[in-house]
Design a protein around this ligand. Structure first.
Ligand SMILES: Cc1cc2nc3c(=O)[nH]c(=O)nc-3n(C[C@H](O)[C@H](O)[C@H](O)COP(=O)(O)OP(=O)(O)OC[C@H]3O[C@@H](n4cnc5c(N)ncnc54)[C@H](O)[C@@H]3O)c2cc1C
Length: 405
């Protein structure tokens, strides 16, 4: 059922009815592999209820609704913990990029299954020698008759172990400067020659992976955007990534939220302490300011004005907010934040959230890199010097090319 333009209250009511009945009980205790089928069923039901892809075009399976309706849904969803993690990259980054740059064939093929949770996507940009400077990547794609052949290595690929498709950035022309020789492709993660190896992080989980491509063959129509225009495609996707990371749904009772930390302060009898109160008030004010900023970005995006570099503000503010919350949590929870009774699930959840905070300043572009973008593109400060701007990639000393000089 498509949503109507006018009635946010209707979607709020529909969302509440759906969420009260359909969120699977006990899903946070499932192992990652067990979660996938549960998450897929939930996402399909969400789509059937007209609540997935609210602002996405109806002809590709979205609801053709407004940013206000999307916000109404998100506000309602913030009261629940949802099993939608496996779809964050598809919904936040790959889907919007397909809608921006995909051919009709690609949009018809991929968008609806993505919205229904039938196919999981990952983003394959980073490499061991190309993270912040992603344009230095070395994975190459060579044309062979009607096909492309991809070889190389990616790293930190979130969710690759469950992904059906990925958006991969590869070098198609090493004879031009690094930004000019890239192309983005849609890659089938089940294709012959794709190998995925999990990496463990400091929370104990293995959310991301190394991915190897050994002469993986792709059809000519796997190109997303234009051949040689991979940098523009990457900038498009990174813009969506920053907005989606900055504006992702935050559970009302999430462990590092001011509401939860205030509850811990009350339980410990320290909520009257002026320093605790000042910390919580500052945190709450920043949460509200960021939520309003993100609402504005999504309203403008729905009206056709992409966020551009302001996505970096949302990403940076989201990451620094988490660090503020980490410090407040340390002050309020004290030693309970690092050592807890094994039966105390809430304390364990708090500790895991604390251990996840450093990753927020790295994933999706580091804080330093966001500051560079904000300084250069929003504040008009001088650009970083780019000595390799006009040098053919083949002549640069980066990654393994450094070793062969
Ligand atoms: C949890 C997590 C999930 C991730 N998921 C994905 C994913 O799904 N797909 C994917 O492609 N990648 C993913 N990444 C990779 C992420 O995008 C990179 O880690 C990030 O861009 C930083 O690159 P790097 O690790 O190579 O660090 P480097 O680029 O080597 O940076 C090292 C340090 O130098 C600083 N630095 C580098 N250049 C500059 C500069 N010009 N000015 C100032 N400081 C600078 C950085 O800020 C950083 O502090 C993920 C990372 C994490 C932590």
């Amino acid at each position: 059922m498509a949503v109507s333009e006018s009635d946010d209250a209707e979607i709020r009511r529909r969302a509440e009815d759906f969420l009260r009945g359909e969120v699977p009980a006990g899903w946070p205790e499932l192992a990652p592999d067990e979660l996938i089928p549960v998450a897929k069923r939930f996402q399909a039901a969400l789509h059937d209820a007209g609540l997935a892809g609210i602002t996405w075009p109806a002809e590709y399976g979205g609801q053709g609704g407004t940013a206000a309706q999307e916000r109404a849904f998100r506000e309602q969803a913030a009261g629940y913990e949802l099993p939608t993690g496996p779809f964050v990259i598809g919904m936040g980054m790959c889907g919007p990029t397909l809608l921006d740059l995909g051919t009709e064939v690609q949009k018809n093929r991929y968008v609806r299954p993505l919205l229904r949770g039938e196919e999981i996507w990952c983003q394959l940009f980073s490499e061991p020698g190309a993270g912040s400077d992603v344009a230095s990547l070395q994975t190459r794609a060579v044309r062979d008759g009607g096909e492309w052949v991809i070889s190389g290595q990616k790293v930190w690929t979130s969710g690759a172990q469950h992904a059906d498709f990925g958006a991969v950035l590869a070098r198609t022309d090493p004879d031009v400067p690094k930004h000019a020789g890239l192309t983005m492709f849609v890659i089938d993660m089940h294709a012959a020659g794709v190998a995925v190896r999990p990496l463990r992080d400091m929370t104990g989980g293995a959310p991301f992976n190394e991915v190897y491509f050994d002469e993986v063959r792709l059809p000519a129509d796997a190109v997303l955007g234009e051949v040689g225009q991979g940098w523009a495609a990457a900038v498009t996707m990174l813009g969506h990534e920053r907005v989606s990371l900055g504006g992702s749904v935050r559970r009302r009772d999430e462990p590092l939220g001011s509401a939860n930390l205030a509850g811990i302060a009350r339980a410990k009898g320290i909520s009257a302490d002026p320093s605790v109160r000042a910390g919580l008030a500052a945190l709450h004010a920043k949460e509200r300011a960021l939520a309003l900023f993100n609402t504005r970005l999504s309203q403008e995006a729905a009206a056709g004005a992409p966020p551009g570099a302001r996505g970096s503000v949302a990403k940076l503010a989201g990451a620094t907010l988490l660090w503020d919350a980490l410090h407040a949590a340390g002050e309020i929870a004290g030693t309970d934040a690092v050592a807890w009774d094994p039966d105390d699930a809430a304390a364990e959840e708090l500790s895991t959230a604390i251990n996840s905070v450093p990753a927020s300043s790295i994933a999706g572009g580091t804080n330093q890199v966001q500051r560079n973008i904000i300084g250069d593109r929003l504040l008009g400060l001088p650009k970083e010097p780019q000595v390799d701007k006009d040098v053919p990639f083949r002549e640069l000393r980066v990654g393994t090319q450094r070793e062969t000089s």
